[in-house]
Design a protein around this ligand. Structure first.
Ligand code: FES
Ligand SMILES: [Fe+2]
Length: 377
């Protein structure tokens, strides 16, 4: 595949115009598989989470116990766990009230707060007070949304057709050595960045800014240390080498945590950064993984969920302390959101006239090219 590269940074209107934002929700977020988060959030029957995708509220729920055999290769599969997961538009089939108002929780049934129509975890309507004999409850289940599991994440797709999650999985680089399917969450931070979601993606996809914005990071991984770029239909990314003497991303550049069990020698001195379109940013270190999921709120605002993942045995140790990794990326995150917010202000100006990318911005040039394709521009 020869990726399309945007010829120059995108026009300001694409970051600020509410009509463009609506079009992105239709063309990108309503059509693609969107990363919902870690399957760990849906770890037992009845555990649910709601997500806002493409302007829609979606309920994701585990309907049955997880098959113990699934994910034993560390990856999970699109097929393996899908039968035990379900997702629905969060809209009552009676007169349309939102059924679930919480971000997450545990339920035996979903009961609409308005007139108490009640749905099973599989979305079937199982109670509708006084509706009488003529009403067929089978015709009034919650409207399904596609859900799948991959690498320990759940993904949601509002599109009834389009590529399968297996097709997406087949396109992504082989990350099996990081055993993503078995990693567990050590911490989680949520932010609201005052910037368009694409500005956050673009910022992730280059390290041209790192020496200026992230002096702490630059001491561990020099901004010129980018390796070979990789790209496909659904992702862009590549490695960055750590500076001499460093073995992970932390304030000191070192940690005593053991390597993730299957990594290769080169992973000991590098970090892999991938942007899985549209909303997952995944940074793989030899001893932990950081993920960002992006949740566009409006043209100039984005919710960001950042999670730190560790080997389950390491995380279960009584002296487990993820704070070196968490503090480091929490600092980098805030530094990033600040320049992203400044950029949002700038691209909204009549005086914004974008000129050219720098050579090390190739990943973001590819992301921008991908974006223009999706938008038919
Ligand atoms: S709108 Fe849900 S029961 Fe009436
Ligand atoms: Fe950054």
């Amino acid at each position: 595949m020869i990726p399309r590269k945007a010829p120059r940074p995108l026009d300001g209107q694409l970051y600020t115009d509410p009509a463009v934002f609506d079009e992105e929700m239709k063309r990108i977020f309503s059509r693609m598989w969107v990363c919902g988060g870690r399957l760990e959030e849906l770890d037992e029957p009845g555990r649910f989470a709601t997500r806002e995708i493409g302007g829609e509220s979606v309920i994701a729920v585990r309907t049955a116990a997880r098959d113990a055999g699934v994910g034993s290769n560390g990856n999970g599969t699109a097929e393996g766990t899908t039968q035990e997961l379900a997702a629905f538009f969060n809209v009552c089939r009676h007169r349309g009230s939102r059924v679930v108002d919480e971000c997450a929780g545990r339920a035996n049934v979903f009961q609409c707060p308005y007139h108490a129509w009640t749905y099973g975890l599989d979305g079937r309507l199982i109670g509708a007070p006084h509706m009488g004999q003529d009403f067929d409850p089978n015709s009034a289940g919650l409207v399904p949304v596609r859900i799948g599991a991959l690498h320990g994440f759940f993904y949601l797709s509002l599109a009834a057709d389009g590529p399968s999650l297996a097709e997406v999985a087949g396109d992504l680089p082989d990350l099996s050595r990081f055993t993503l399917g078995r990693l567990v969450r050590g911490d989680r931070h949520e932010y609201e960045a005052q910037a368009n979601w694409k500005i956050l993606c673009e910022n992730y996809n280059e390290c041209y800014h790192c020496a200026v914005v992230h002096p702490e990071l630059n001491r561990v991984s020099d901004y010129r240390n980018g390796g070979n770029l990789e790209t496909g239909r659904f992702f862009v990314g590549g490695p960055m080498t750590l500076n001499d003497g460093c073995n992970t991303m932390s304030a000191t550049g070192r940690s005593n945590r053991p390597d993730l069990p299957a990594i290769e020698v080169t992973d000991r001195t590098s970090v892999q950064y991938y942007h899985v379109y549209p909303n997952l940013l995944i940074s793989l270190h030899r001893d932990y993984v950081v993920t960002h999921t992006l949740w566009p709120i409006e043209a100039g605002r984005t919710r960001v969920v950042c999670e730190w993942l560790f080997d389950p045995e390491v995380a279960a140790a009584p002296d487990f302390d993820p704070s070196d990794a968490v503090d480091f990326w929490h600092l980098v995150n805030r530094q990033d959101w600040e320049v992203c917010a400044l950029t949002q202000l700038g691209v909204a100006s009549r005086g914004y006239r974008p000129t050219a990318y720098e050579g090390s911005e190739a990943c973001l040039q590819i992301f921008d090219g991908w974006y223009l394709d999706q938008m038919g521009l």
